[in-house]
Design a protein around this ligand. Structure first.
Ligand code: SAH
Length: 400
């Protein structure tokens, strides 16, 4: 243990989750702070008796006072340590990279890869880095250097503009970290299809990489069906649906820019048709309008944004999920397919299934789950950190 390192001692009886390798230490569990740890620096965590438990980075402004990086007292957090953790993360994606099926996927999934607060996504020759915590901030140049050395991308762009940074006392940060500036019109290949991704301004780091495998699984259900792609973003599900010969596709999103890119993505794949529809609006209102007009579909995709950001919002979130799913069930022709998702980590798969049950009862429909879906393998769920499971979905058959 280095003499100069500050020490954070837990309140007695609060060490269990740390011993179970959960990477978060909440401020309420912190007893004594010894030394004067600078926010964002490395500290040692001690148990109530004063013995070493783990090492991590400190942020007194955050509710998560320490994020743990290592449980080994001999392990220094230095460049070699970050290199080894990045290498392990890359090794976990080696099969995905070797398959060549997609050139866009997540390389580092934060806590689940033993790298709390750090996201790295690959988009072809470019990497996008997202720092979500104060503790990652001082390491950004080191991380960019290591990633350039290990992967040789053309450039690394930073998209640290997620709202959660505010909870760490951090302003948004975006811009070039290394190499060349990425083009605004970057095209990536995913499962044989092409997508334009705006890594400078798009949602998250540009694309919903977590839905890659689900897009592939939903595609075969679209054959010959009239599809409503609600919460379409840049039309990724629509491109898969069109590639399978969907009968017609309606993209619905509140963002005009997302819809413009959806049209472009269909064109990029030579899959655009005159019958394609683009509706800019609030999905809750548009689905009600469809109900009132008697508009029907054979397959509906519901991939809304996160509804629950805190436990206090959970009830409102479940109401939102029930409302939108009930509406969708009623818009489906007999035997129609509902592909429905929730990316709210606080809504468990079990709870989401119960919400669908409630919606089916109120809609007067008999609903069968055909497939259960989750986040892609490049967004792994670490068992010691169940919070890393956030995306769940169901492919259902809906009958009168
Ligand atoms: N399925 C997409 C990702 C969807 S992300 C994909 O695979 O790429 C959620 C989308 O919902 C965003 O594009 C956002 O603009 C849109 N959105 C958010 N609130 C909305 C609302 N009330 N009505 C319609 N669209 C909404």
């Amino acid at each position: 243990m280095s003499e100069s390192r500050s020490l954070i001692q837990l309140k007695p009886g609060r060490e269990k989750s740390v011993r179970n390798r959960h990477p978060w230490v909440f401020s309420g569990a912190v007893g004594r702070v010894r030394g004067a740890p600078q926010p964002g620096t490395i500290v040692d965590l001690l148990d109530g008796a004063g013995d070493f438990l783990a090492r991590g980075y400190y942020n007194p402004r955050s509710q998560i006072a320490v994020r743990l990086l290592s449980w080994d007292a001999a392990e220094e957090i230095n460049t070699a340590w970050w290199r080894q953790r990045l290498q392990a993360a890359l090794a976990r994606r080696a099969a995905l990279a070797a398959s060549g099926a997609s050139e866009a996927y997540r390389l580092v999934h934060a806590e689940s890869d033993g790298l709390p607060g750090l996201i790295v996504d690959r988009y072809g020759d470019w990497l996008v880095l997202q720092s979500l915590t104060l503790g990652i901030e001082p390491w950004k140049p080191t991380l960019a250097g290591l990633l350039m050395e290990m992967l040789g991308p053309r450039g690394i762009y930073e998209r640290s503009d997620a709202d959660v940074r505010a909870q760490e006392g951090l302003p948004p940060a975006t811009g070039l970290l290394a190499g060349a500036e990425p083009p605004q019109e970057l095209v990536i290949r995913e499962n044989g299809l092409r997508f334009q991704v705006d890594i400078l301004h798009g949602h998250k780091t540009g694309f919903y990489l977590d839905q890659r495998e689900n897009r592939r699984k939903v595609a075969p259900y679209c054959v010959g069906r009239e599809v409503l792609n609600a919460f379409s973003y840049t039309g990724a599900f629509a491109v898969y649906a069109a590639s399978q010969g969907a009968k017609g596709i309606t993209n619905l999103d509140s963002s005009a820019e997302a819809l413009r890119m959806a049209a472009q993505n269909l064109r990029l794949n030579g899959l655009e048709r005159d019958s394609d529809q683009y509706i800019e609006g609030d999905a809750f209102q548009v689905l009600r309008r469809f109900r009132d007009q008697g508009t029907q579909f054979d397959l509906i995709i519901l991939d809304p944004p996160k509804f629950a950001f805190s436990r206090a919002q959970l009830l409102a979130a479940t109401r939102g999920y029930k409302d939108i799913n009930l509406l969708a069930m009623r818009l489906l022709r007999p035997g129609g397919i509902l592909c429905t998702f929730s990316c709210s980590g606080l809504v468990s798969e079990d709870l989401f299934q119960k919400v669908l049950f409630g919606a089916s009862v109120d809609a007067g429909r008999e609903v069968r789950i055909l497939e259960r879906l989750g986040q892609g393998s490049d967004h792994p769920v670490l068992l010691t950190f169940p919070e890393s499971a956030y995306l769940k979905g169901f492919i259902c058959r809906v009958e009168p």
